[in-house]
Design a binder for this molecule. Structure first.
Ligand code: RP5
Length: 181
């Protein structure tokens, strides 16, 4: 797994933003071990040409870094934060406590409790500080949600989202047709 994470980091092409514009979305994760899951968010944002930054910020190992990341995010142009964490997954909630920017949490699957620990840690935010939570390991949906949020104020992106939904529909219809034949 360590090798896999290293390969992913070295092969930066697949996880780097493909647009040079100021990042609108930040993808953060508690550890490099979250990268195999979180890379799916990067892939989706690249498909929709949404500029993003991606890095590791640990709530308990690098608390000061988490503070400076969250406190500077808005002024750096970030509009939405996608935060992946596993176990006692407090990163998304802590980041949401430091900035009013919308935070989408991705529960990382764990070896001991299969990610149910991460899911409950992220989804059970007390009233007042919201974190939108996607399914265990579903970083792709976190990115799609971010894209939809940005699309409400971006006509071009809106068209791309509509097209994507049409494509999903066509895929199912084609499969159904094949089965019925
Ligand atoms: C969390 O602890 C991370 O988000 C990761 O999912 C988990 C385990 O981290 P490592 O021990 O693999 O670095 O902070």
């Amino acid at each position: 797994n360590v090798k896999k994470n290293l390969d992913l980091m070295l092969n930066r092409k697949s996880i780097k933003s493909n647009t040079p514009d100021t990042p609108q979305v930040a993808i953060i994760m508690g550890s490099d071990s979250d990268l195999p899951t979180m890379k799916d968010a990067a892939e989706i944002l690249n498909i929709f040409h949404v500029p993003f930054e991606i890095t590791i910020v640990s709530a308990h190992r690098t608390p000061e870094r988490m503070y400076s990341f969250a406190l500077s995010a808005k002024e750096r142009g970030i509009q939405i934060i996608i935060a992946g964490a596993g176990g006692a997954a407090h990163l998304p909630g802590m980041v949401a406590s430091l900035t009013p920017l919308p935070v989408i949490g991705v529960p990382i699957r764990t070896s001991s409790l299969d990610g149910v620990d991460s899911l409950l840690s992220i989804v059970q935010m007390p009233k007042g500080i919201p974190v939108a939570t996607v399914a265990i390991g579903n970083a792709a949906n976190a990115a799609l949600l971010a894209v939809r949020m940005l699309a409400t104020r971006n006509e071009e992106l809106w068209e791309r989202v509509m097209k994507h939904q049409e494509e999903l529909k066509d895929t199912v219809l084609k499969k159904a047709e094949k089965l019925e034949r």
